[in-house]
Write a protein that binds this ligand. Sequence first.
Ligand code: NAP
Length: 474
Amino acid sequence: MEMNNTMVPLPSDLLSKKETMCIFGTGDFGRSLGYKMMQCGYSIVFGSRNPQASGLIPEGATVLSHTEAAEMSNVIIIAVHRAHYNFLESLREALQGKVLVDVSNNLKTNQYPESNAEYLAQLMPSSKVVKAFNTVSAWALQSGGLDASRQVFVCGNDNKSKEKVMEIVRSLGLTPVDKGSLLAAKEIEDYPLQLFPMWKYPILLSLGLSAFFLLYSIIRDVVYNYITKNKDYSFFIAISIPNRICPVVALILLALVYLPGIFAAILQLYRGTKYSRFPNWLDQWMLCRKQLGLVALAYAFLHVLYTLVIPIRYYVRWRISGYTLDQAHNNRTDPLNIERAWISDSYVALGILGFFLFVLLGITSLPSVSNSVNWREFRFVQSYLGYLTLVLCTAHTLVYGGKRFLNAHSYPWFLPAAYILSLIIPCIVLVMKFFLILPCIDRPLTDIRQGWERKSKYRKQANNGQTAKETSAV
Ligand code: NAP
């Protein structure tokens, strides 16, 4: 990243130093970290290949050769790319016993067999390597925009050195997070390379479902009418079809939020223990439930917007006026159909309530809200209210279908409407949940979740002990 080179000169009282820190490398990151450290009262000495040519360094810092700079501090921050670490080999003696802070990142995951920090530790066996600062960008350090990334992940094999680096992190106004030994470095180095990891599958899934239902609805509602009735309904693509896709995708995604919980419960019941890992796919699925729910909420929101514009649509107004004229021409007034009024009002009411709870679920999943409720409250909202939302939204769709489910005209080319397809997964989830809350299934499941194991060796030992006692008593 190209950095801005205009660092504001620091006031002279700040330059009346705390402790000297050494930074190898006068590149973007080294300069920005040095500037931040000087703001916090440290005295900075840079180690550079070419000390005379380093004209961009913050005012008040010193630039020396690597060997000279290393003598000035016990902590040396290596702000150099891993590919150039071999220059350190010639400095082994000068860096003996010193703390080397590895701040490096890679361009892609698994670029090297071992983490950069472990590589540095192998290269410099007589120094103490600590990984830190790699998730903080040079730009954020220089601009002060650190609000979103105050956490600094720290790991290292030598506890004293790690503590020392964590103390430095704290003194810069950042929050150190101890990630353990240097083995954690690989994971820490992967953090900056991740691109919305939890959002990837929900977004891909929603796009896939949208594409499928778009194609399906075009065939069913546009192509069918064109071929069999010679009617051009291609304009459905603008509002009618999106307003079919949005609720359908929202309902399926909402059901998919609760389906992994059902699978997990079945697995735990089958295995008779909770101390056994779920398959990887189920773990991943469980981890992205919040994102699935939020994408579903976005689709539901779009459905609400599309529905609100229905009365101002030309096609809708044309149909209503045609119906009114038809009654006038035939001198007839259709009586109020109470059953239809009930069905229509009920499905709208269920939709409003379902959407309201959906929004509530979305709000409670925000970190600022979820952090302020206790575990029981969070579970109440996300589980009980979540299922209630699913019930209301499924009922909204069922009532919308009403008598049309049994009408042969609703199946052009034997294709059911998209909303009928969307009911499959929610109904499966609700039926399975119904069985899981039956007392005869819920009780063993609750026991398992509280640590009971069907095949526990401890339980066997306890049983054997019991049998031996009973035998001796006989
Ligand atoms: P940079 O601007 O390219 O600077 C790297 C510095 O390394 C150079 O200025 C140079 O300093 C030194 N260097 C270059 N080739 C060398 C060699 N063959 N031998 C010895 N030293 C050499 O890179 P940067 O952006 O500052 O990144 C430095 C490290 O910080 C990297 O490991 C990077 O992954 C990590 N990091 C960067 C950021 C960021 O936002 N930029 C964020 C987190 C972590 P001298 O000319 O003074 O010797």
